[in-house]
Design a protein around this ligand. Sequence first.
Ligand SMILES: Nc1ncnc2c1ncn2[C@@H]1O[C@H](COP(=O)(O)OP(=O)(O)OP(=O)(O)O)[C@@H](O)[C@H]1O
Ligand SMILES: [Mg+2]
Length: 262
Amino acid sequence: MTTIIALTNQKGGVGKTTTSSALAAGLSTFYDQKVLAIDLDPQGSLGFSLGLDIENSSTIYDVLKGTVSIQDAIQTTDYCDIITSNILLSSAELEFTSAEREFCLKRALTPVLDNYDFIVIDTPPALNILTINAYAVANHLIIPMAPEILSLLGLTQLKETIDSVREKLNPSLNVLGLILTKYNKRTLLAREVKEMAENIASQIGSCVFDTQIRTSVSVAEAPAHGLSVYDHAPRSNPSLDYKDFVEEVIDKTGHSIAGRIQ
Ligand SMILES: Nc1ncnc2c1ncn2[C@@H]1O[C@H](COP(=O)(O)OP(=O)(O)OP(=O)(O)O)[C@@H](O)[C@H]1O
Ligand SMILES: [Mg+2]
């Protein structure tokens, strides 16, 4: 069965795209899983960060509009298959007005679902129709949070959105956990931050991943090379941390996997 995971947080710059990319690349590189990564953010960073041309290719916008088949929008990379996005997707809110517009992505994915072990969806920093489409099709949400912008602000809105999606669109939507990114033990009282995150997580009926992703400039550099963090800086802290995170994701989703290959 395919496990669908969406990375979400309406706050900007908390590590959604970085974590989506590391999760997708990690599942395929270390566990030989067939992975499709989908960029649902009009900023288009996910495809770009894994080395793809996002301006001259078919995107998720074309798929959701029904002008391109999903098979034709899938691009293959060394890491995983990807459906890119670009700024055109920002008109989705106005353009997708049909009944059941929350299920556009779910309907679009049906023909290729069986081809993948995991589908990883990167979402925009918003709670809009794109985010709702991701929530409506996902089995699990993962919420990245950066300690410097860690706060309870926005949590009520996120919780209400998740509750409403569970009620109306996707009863089995699970919040797999909250992952602390850009973590720096030296500048922050680590225990305090972890406690605060646990408090936030418990309010949405979830928990905090044991792994924290430490800060390193290597993470910011990797996208410019179109490489995953594992290839760009294999010995960097984030590379090691993301490896552990991917293992935790596999354990928590209960996805049966033969074992680590690297
Ligand atoms: N562990 C890390 N160490 C250092 N920099 C990081 C780390 N994780 C992410 N960053 C940097 O922080 C910035 C924001 O990260 P990212 O784009 O993944 O966040 P986002 O939540 O997807 O943002 P947006 O909401 O705009 O989509 C990027 O410049 C990225 O390189
Ligand atoms: Mg992003």
